[in-house]
Design a protein around this ligand. Structure first.
Ligand code: GLP
Length: 241
């Protein structure tokens, strides 16, 4: 596991964007795994600026997002569909048919999960996976527990995550209690992984990700088993290392 410590949020975002741009410039038809949350917003902004400067072309790129809330319509401003449109997709030349996000509104959720995995497989697997991290060490929506999902599944969110994500919703009871998330093996099969973290409230999770045992109660600790994982974190997130 490689750890890059940047001074602040902005340089973390810039570094992440540069790594992603290198991936796409080296392999224009890259398959990217994408994350949401407040952490990667700066990276998306940097990428949009690079695109406008002609430094990166997304016309052949395929993307798969990590997760989506269950039963939250895509037009809802807190859905990850909406987030991706606003923060990234609508600003660059990705073909809409090349962007994939689990569909939280489906009736047959098991079929959706199976189909999502199949689509990743048919695309040739993920070349570069971008991750954020929850303060409890979750990645995607793989929450701490005695066991973790291997593939894409409908998951129950923990109280800690619901509480933490309530900052984006009008009230706590508006936060969906379930989500569709790709599983741990789906993440660990990516050829490269970059995990971004910023701020003091991520310091404990980052310490446990790097220094601890591999433990399903800290899902991010499983990244220790992956040969090509780079953590890009700011000084605050690195403060307990
Ligand atoms: C959500 C997402 C995760 C993300 C996490 C951290 O729960 N499902 O993919 O990493 O939040 O979010 P933030 O970056 O806003 O701290």
């Amino acid at each position: 596991m490689r750890v890059i410590v940047e001074n602040d949020y902005q340089s973390m975002s810039r570094k992440a964007a540069l790594l992603l741009a290198s991936q796409v410039n080296l392999k224009p038809n890259s398959v990217l795994g994408l994350a949401t949350g407040s952490t990667p917003e700066g990276m998306y902004q940097e990428l949009v600026e690079m695109y406008h400067r002609g430094e990166i072309d997304f016309s052949e790129v395929v993307t798969f997002n990590l997760d989506e809330y269950y039963k939250l319509p895509p037009e809802n401003e807190e859905s990850y569909h909406y987030y991706m449109q606003e923060n990234f997709f609508k600003h660059v030349n990705l073909h809409p048919e090349n962007t994939n996000i689990p569909r939280g509104m489906v009736e047959k959720v098991e079929t959706e999960c199976w189909y999502y995995e199949e689509k990743i497989r048919r695309a040739g697997g993920i070349d570069l996976q971008v991750l954020g991290i929850g303060s409890n060490g979750h990645i995607g929506f793989n929450e701490p527990g005695d066991r973790l999902n291997v593939t894409t599944k409908l998951v129950e969110l923990t109280e800690e995550t619901i509480e933490s994500n309530s900052r984006f919703f009008d009230s706590l009871d508006k936060v969906p209690r379930k989500a569709i998330s790709v599983g741990m093996a789906t993440i660990l099969k990516a050829r490269r992984i970059i995990l971004l973290a910023s701020g003091k409230n991520k310091a404990e999770a980052i310490k446990k990700t790097i220094n601890g045992y591999v433990d399903t109660r800290i899902p991010s600790s499983l990244l220790q088993t992956h040969p090509e994982t780079t953590l890009i974190i700011d000084e605050e997130a690195a403060s307990l290392l």
